[in-house]
Design a protein around this ligand. Structure first.
Ligand SMILES: O=C(O)CCC(=O)C(=O)O
Ligand SMILES: [Fe+2]
Length: 183
């Protein structure tokens, strides 16, 4: 099983900029971890829940189709629902934006059912330095494609991190697909 599924150009540059503009217009929260504790040594980012933003329904429609396809060709997980709103994170160099190594499976009622994690690169790669999404499905660390509009999908139990942003701002969108426990 290839652990990192990648779909370049899933969204156009114009579409990514529209999403960034829409989330920039609403108030954001400091990033919470899966257990809802705020530990800024683990993560520093601003978050907006996509479900709170009007006019972004088309984004979810596109993402659902991409998850369905990736699951059909690669993961074959028993997926049942999208139980949480997608979220857009903004990692700023001026805030030491980053997210240390973690898995997305947590103790909460939703976080325990996460099975696939999808990340959409919203920012133009040349607009920020650092901020790579790294995924560790086995002994080797893989860097996700930084291209704007590229979608990466991996099992939610796989360790991953966002290295510190050194310059500029990186915006990314994360969505989880949920289902019953692995057996
Ligand atoms: O921003 C990213 O690339 C990853 C975000 C992430 O790992 C998460 O929200 O759990
Ligand atoms: Fe994560």
């Amino acid at each position: 099983m290839m652990a990192l599924y990648s779909k370049p150009a899933a969204f156009s540059a114009g579409e990514c900029e529209r999403i960034i503009a829409a989330i920039t217009a609403v108030p954001s929260n400091d990033a919470m971890l899966v257990g809802q504790t705020k530990d800024q040594s683990v993560r520093r980012a601003k978050l907006v829940w996509v479900d709170d933003v009007d006019g972004l329904g088309w984004v979810m429609d596109r993402l659902i189709e991409i998850v369905r396809k990736s699951n059909a060709v690669q993961f074959d997980f028993d997926l049942r629902e999208f139980a949480e709103s997608p979220q857009v994170a903004s990692y700023k160099a001026s805030d030491s934006g980053h997210f240390s190594w973690h898995s997305d499976i947590g103790d909460g009622p939703m976080a325990r059912k996460r099975k696939l994690t999808l990340v959409l690169q919203l920012s133009l790669p040349s607009s920020y330095e650092g901020g790579d999404l790294e995924v560790m499905p086995s002994a080797q660390v893989l860097s996700a494609n930084r291209a704007q509009g590229c979608v990466s999908i991996f099992p939610s139990f796989v360790l991953h991190q966002v290295v510190p942003v050194q310059h500029g701002v990186r915006h990314s969108l994360t969505l989880w697909a949920h289902g019953p426990a692995f057996r």
